[in-house]
Each structure stands twice: as structure tokens, then as C-alpha cells.
Design a protein around this ligand. Structure first.
Ligand code: HEM
Length: 405
């Protein structure tokens, strides 16, 4: 590898201005970047290529010569990673090749649009329950705590088949995992408690299966010997973690965009059919996976005209590719009627593209339509510049969203 003076490189992750959570990166950081494929200094040592153009990110994410395994030496680590756990055998988001494909394929049917439609009434119930509870507590309320955070974890409960009597236990421990103020010991304890509950439920479904994901994986995969029970449990945990913070931050930030653009909130109230297009533009505009997707080159490859050598790290910066003017004219504008919005890569692209996207879209659509319909007088209690942002992690969002109605 060539000798590089890392100290002179722009420090990554880039963060946006403190007074506007919608802007993903400061222009001063972009000016320091050397070309569309430039080198950046990583937060835990080393450097990586930052890939920013739409076409280059597509090329990278479908290339089989790049690894997602964060435990490989030289992997460009963007967030602190815990030591490799023995019970992480189902976390296929960090796997490559056939090991990844084998587990991912077991879930593809579950997340097909027609299956998600079946749980849509439960999503509606969850959304309405959370909103009416928020109303009963009275204004002002924190929309993040009362609405954006509970909806995704309750939805995963329905998907997995967690019985009603265990919902409070599930909610409580999910909250601890997602709470920025939880310490590592608390998080480990909550993860253990949830894994214990999921294992117990899966065993119960072996003899009394129901119409849910845990039952189907148990009967169709574990019983015939295709999947181990520890793999099933950690796959279920992956769904919980991957689907929670991302969706919660999208619901919170989307509500904030609509509060800043009351004309779009009113339009949605008048015509809920606008929701699917609006959700696509929100996904593009907000790109909550702000730090992007890290990969390690396993072989030499050329991306965007730049040779990447085996052993070098790369980061696909989704937030920038979703603002590439070649694909999205006037990219800084939020335009719910944007025709090319669906070309965004907020769910990634290629081999690891988000498997939960039909579910996330359904949650966002229902959440925003019901919010517009049930709270016609909704307004933010805080000026945009003062809404507290969460510290930069894998996903970006606001820490609180005080609202009144
Ligand atoms: C993968 C974003 C919701 C489950 C991904 C990836 C992104 C993403 C960018 C690609 C990761 C990579 O390539 O390394 C989002 C966003 C969401 C969302 C923005 C909400 C708005 C969900 C939901 C679930 C889910 C609701 C399931 C309940 C997964 C899983 C993967 C994944 C299992 C790994 C796929 C694989 O490695 O093959 N997501 N996600 N996500 N997501 Fe989502």
C-alpha cells in the first residue's frame, strides 16, 4: 500500500450543519475532498476511499469483490464494533458470498410486498394506538418518544409473532438498546433478554405454530435441519436492530420535514394517495444511513475511474449519491412530486440491499397519513435550528421532536 500522510486527509464521517438536520454534509468538508472518489481519514484509524457519485456507488455495491465482514483485518470501521460474539451466527448483513445468500434467501418471501400487505392492518393498529396514546397524554409531546420509536418495535413484534403479553417486555428492552444514554453493560443485558425471549418463543412455536415469521422459520427451516436455532435467534435480532433505528429516525425526520412544509402536510391530509411518492422523496432527501456503507476490497477493482487495491477500504456515501445532480436535478430541494425520486439508494443497492424495505415503506406511509389525518393542527414547538440532533452513529436523526396540536 502506498505511504499516505493520513493526518492531512479530511476527517470522516462528515456531519451536516448543527442548525439544519436535513443537510447531510457541510460544503467545507466537500471542498476538502479530492475528486468524486477521494481519500478520507477514518475515526478509528486508517483511511478509506469515499465514493460519492450515484453511478459509482451502484457499481461498488453490486461488485462481488468487496466484503461486508467488519471483522476482517483492514475493514474501514466507522462505528465502534463489539468483539465478535459466538451468538452472531445469523447476522448476515456482515457476511459475504454464499454464507450471506443462504440466510438472506430464507427471508425473501417473508418480505415480499404481498406478505407485507397482510400485516398492514396491524401496522395501522400500532400507528393509531401510539398516536391516540400521545393525544391522551396531552400537548406538548415528544413525537420521537411517543410515536417514532414505539411504532417500529411494535411492528417487528407483529412480524415475528411476539404475543401481546410479551409486548411490554419487548418494547422496554428494545428501547434500552436504541437509547443513546444506555451503557454497554445495559445494552448487552437487553440484547440477552430479547434473545432469551425470542429463543423461548421459537421453541414454543415448534409445537404450536402460528401465522408468523418465527413459526415459519421454525417449522420450515429449523425442524428439517436447514437452520440452527442460534441462527434463527440472531436473524430475528438483526431484523429488530436493522429495522428499528432506521425506521424510527425516518418517521421522526419525515414528520419534521412536513412540519416545516405545512403545505405538503395539508396535501397529504386531503389526498393520502400522495403518500407513496412523498415517502420516496423523503427517503432520498433524508438518507438516514448518513455515514454510508463501508466495504473492504478483496481484489483490485476500478470504481469511478479510480483503481482500488485489494486490502483498501471504501465507503459508499449514500447521502451524497442521493444528492447527485446528474440523477436528481436541484437535489437540495424537497420535492414530493419528483419523478426520479425512486432512484434513490437510501436502502443501499445490490447484494445487501435492504430486505425490509417493503415493510419500512408501509410503516412510513401509514405513519405519515395517520399523523396528517388525526392531528390537523400539528406544529413544532421548536425552531428548526434548535431541534436537538442525535450524535452521529450508523443512522442519523433528531433526539427529540417536541410538538403541539
Ligand atoms: C440492509 C436501510 C428498514 C432489515 C439495509 C441497508 C440499508 C438499509 C442502507 C444496506 C446495508 C449494507 O449494504 O451494508 C434501511 C432504512 C430503513 C430500513 C433506511 C427504514 C427507513 C428496515 C426494516 C427491516 C430491515 C424495517 C426489517 C425489519 C434489513 C436487513 C438488512 C438491511 C436484514 C441486511 C440485508 C443484507 O445484508 O442482505 N437497510 N433499512 N431494514 N435492512 Fe434495512
Amino acid at each position: 500500500m502506498p505511504n499516505i500522510d493520513i493526518s492531512t486527509l479530511p476527517a470522516y464521517p462528515f456531519i451536516g450543519p448543527e442548525d439544519n438536520p436535513f443537510i447531510p454534509v457541510k460544503s467545507s468538508d466537500l471542498e476538502r475532498l479530492d475528486g468524486s472518489v477521494g481519500k478520507v481519514r477514518l475515526p478509528f484509524g486508517g483511511w478509506a476511499w469515499l465514493i460519492t457519485r450515484h453511478e459509482d456507488v451502484r457499481q461498488l455495491l453490486r461488485h462481488p469483490g468487496f466484503s461486508s465482514d467488519q471483522y476482517r483485518p483492514g475493514f474501514p470501521v466507522l462505528n465502534p464494533i463489539p468483539p465478535k460474539q459466538d451468538d452472531a451466527s445469523g447476522l448476515f448483513i456482515f457476511m459475504d458470498g454464499e454464507a450471506h445468500g443462504r440466510l438472506r434467501r430464507m427471508l425473501t418471501a417473508e418480505f415480499m410486498i404481498k406478505n407485507i400487505r397482510r400485516i398492514e392492518p396491524l401496522i395501522e393498529e400500532t400507528v393509531i394506538e401510539a398516536l391516540e396514546r400521545m393525544r391522551s397524554l396531552g400537548a406538548p409531546a415528544d413525537l420521537m418518544a411517543e410515536f417514532a420509536l414505539p411504532v417500529p418495535s411494535m411492528t417487528v413484534c407483529h412480524l415475528l409473532g411476539v404475543p401481546y403479553s410479551d409486548h411490554d417486555f419487548f418494547q422496554h428492552h428494545s428501547r434500552v438498546i436504541m437509547d443513546r444514554n444506555s451503557g454497554p453493560a445495559q445494552i448487552e443485558e437487553a440484547l440477552g433478554a430479547l434473545a432469551g425471549l425470542i429463543g423461548k418463543l421459537a421453541e414454543a412455536k415448534r409445537t404450536a405454530p402460528e401465522d408468523d415469521l418465527l413459526s415459519r422459520l421454525m417449522i420450515e427451516r429449523v425442524v428439517p435441519g436447514e437452520l440452527r436455532i442460534d441462527e434463527l435467534v440472531s436473524m430475528a435480532m438483526l431484523l429488530l436492530v436493522a429495522g428499528h433505528e432506521t425506521t424510527a429516525n425516518m418517521i421522526g425526520l419525515s414528520a419534521l420535514v412536513l412540519l416545516e412544509h405545512p403545505e405538503h402536510l395539508a396535501a397529504l391530509r386531503e389526498n393520502p394517495d400522495l403518500a407513496p411518492g412523498m415517502v420516496e422523496e423523503l427517503l432520498r432527501y433524508l438518507t438516514v444511513v448518513r455515514t454510508g456503507l463501508p466495504r473492504l476490497a478483496l481484489e483490485d477493482a476500478e470504481i469511478g475511474g479510480q483503481t482500488i487495491r485489494a486490502g483498501e477500504g471504501v465507503v459508499a456515501m449514500l447521502a451524497m449519491s442521493n444528492r447527485d445532480g446528474v440523477v436528481f436535478p436541484e437535489p437540495e430541494q424537497f420535492d414530493p412530486e419528483r419523478r426520479e425520486a425512486h432512484r434513490h439508494m437510501a436502502f443501499g443497492f445490490g447484494l445487501h440491499q435492504c430486505i425490509g424495505q417493503p415493510l419500512a415503506r408501509a410503516e412510513l406511509r401509514v405513519a405519515l397519513v395517520e399523523l396528517a389525518r388525526r392531528f390537523p393542527g400539528l406544529r413544532s414547538e421548536t425552531a428548526l435550528a434548535d431541534v436537538p440532533q442525535r450524535p452521529m452513529a450508523v443512522t442519523f436523526g433528531v433526539a427529540e421532536l417536541p410538538v403541539t396540536w
